[in-house]
Each structure stands twice: as C-alpha cells, then as structure tokens.
Design a binder for this molecule. Structure first.
Ligand code: RTP
Ligand code: MG
Length: 140
C-alpha cells in the first residue's frame, strides 16, 4: 500500500472549544502523521471555493458562514490509505450516526458543526492541499 496524503480541517466549533489537541490525538492514534498544519481564519472567498461542489445545496450559505465564523486548523495528513483512514477516524457526517471513538462522535455538535473535514478521494485531496499549502510547507 502506497503512502497517501489527505487534507484535514479542524472546524470552528472544535477550535472554539480548544479541541485542536484532542482531535490531533485521534488523528495520531489512527496512525496518521500531521505533516503540515496551520491555524487560519478562512475568508468567505476561500470557503466558497473550498465547498464549491455544494453550491446548489440548501445548507451552502450556512456552511460558508460557519466555516468563516472562527479560526480553523488546516492540515495535511500522511499515511497508508490516508484518505479512507481519516474518513474512518472522523466518523459519519451526522454525529448521531458516527461510530464510537470517532472525532465526530466524541466532539461534533451537529451535522453542520461537525468538528472536522477530510478529503473524500486522493484526487480531491491534492486539489484541497494545493488550495492551502505550498510544497515547502509540507514536511513528510
Ligand atoms: P466534509 O466535506 O466537511 O469532510 O464532510 P462530509 O464529506 O462528511 O460531508 P459533505 O456531504 O461533504 O458535507 C460537507 C459539510 O457540509 C455540512 N453539512 N451540513 N445542514 C446539513 O444538512 C448539512 N449537511 C452537510 C457539514 O459541515 C458537512 O461536513
Ligand atoms: Mg465532503
């Protein structure tokens, strides 16, 4: 199995409750390495670009407002099968459906304010990583 990278966001509901380290503990326990990380305040433009795929969805405005409502921590995670591994570690989008021990089961407040983002495929991971990091900021 090849080493893969995925893109992660610790969302504003989690940073507001000082849970960056707690989320990182789940990430590292899952066998993923944090190879880049920075705390930023997303602009409206960045959030709209990032979630452009959801533009037509009824929750889009609310989603952009939430993602720009406070600091986020953007990350690149590396490991075997990193995309799927991180989706497993995050749990289902709706925290009431997330498995025990997952980030969303442990920490998410609701389906919208659900503490973490993880890329859904290696191709989207590459696009998302490039939106927030330059190559020399990632140290594998
Ligand atoms: P993400 O992209 O953030 O990793 O989450 P995901 O793949 O599990 O879920 P996705 O369907 O891509 O939805 C993106 C984010 O939009 C918000 N959402 N709100 N109010 C709602 O019904 C609703 N549905 C989705 C969540 O923040 C979700 O993570
Ligand atoms: Mg998604």
């Amino acid at each position: 199995m090849a080493i893969e990278r995925t893109f992660s966001i610790i969302k504003p509901d989690a940073t507001a409750r000082n849970l960056t380290g707690a989320v990182n503990a789940v990430i590292e326990k899952a066998g993923l390495r944090i190879v880049a990380q920075k705390r930023i305040r997303m602009t409206k433009e960045q959030a709209e670009t990032f979630y452009a795929v959801h533009k037509a969805r009824p929750f889009f405005g609310e989603l952009v407002e939430f993602m720009t409502s406070g600091p986020v921590v953007v990350q690149v995670l590396e490991g075997e099968n990193a995309v799927a591994k991180y989706r497993d570690a995050m749990g289902a989008t709706d925290p009431s459906k997330a498995a025990d021990g997952t980030i969303r089961k442990l920490y998410a407040k609701s389906i919208g304010e659900n503490s973490a983002h993880g890329s859904d495929a290696p191709e989207t991971a590459a696009i998302e990583i490039a939106q927030f990091f330059s190559g020399n900021e990632i140290v594998g």
